[in-house]
Write a new protein. Structure first.
Length: 107
């Protein structure tokens, strides 16, 4: 049976690894796109928007509403992919830790 010191050391190790994993999420980049690639948004796995790329063919004044809709769709696509990348990274961290059913990281 493990002592309380062993359990506390394990908890501290998990906390340290969780902190490293969270910091690493900002270095993972994903790209969302809409309109067949006419609008692209690059974001970190933490959800930080890194860049927006709009094809010049969309810049006609009469296309303002379509452009706004495409940007919103690209942002949502990037956020969905960022959430998936974050979940993948966090799953790697928790894969070796025996957790009770229904218990999820981060704490």
């Amino acid at each position: 049976m493990k002592s309380i010191e062993d359990i506390m050391a394990m908890a501290q190790n998990v906390q340290n690894e969780l902190t490293k994993a969270q910091a690493n999420l900002d270095t993972i980049e994903v790209e969302g796109a809409s309109g067949g690639g006419l609008v692209k948004v690059k974001a970190s796995a933490k959800g930080r928007i890194i860049a927006v790329d709009i094809d010049e063919s969309l810049l006609a004044p009469s296309e303002k509403q379509m452009l706004e809709d495409l940007i919103a769709a690209a942002l949502n696509d990037a956020r969905t992919k960022a959430d998936a990348a974050a979940q993948t990274e966090m799953s790697k961290l928790s894969s070796g830790i025996p957790l009770p059913p229904g218990f999820k990281l981060p704490f």
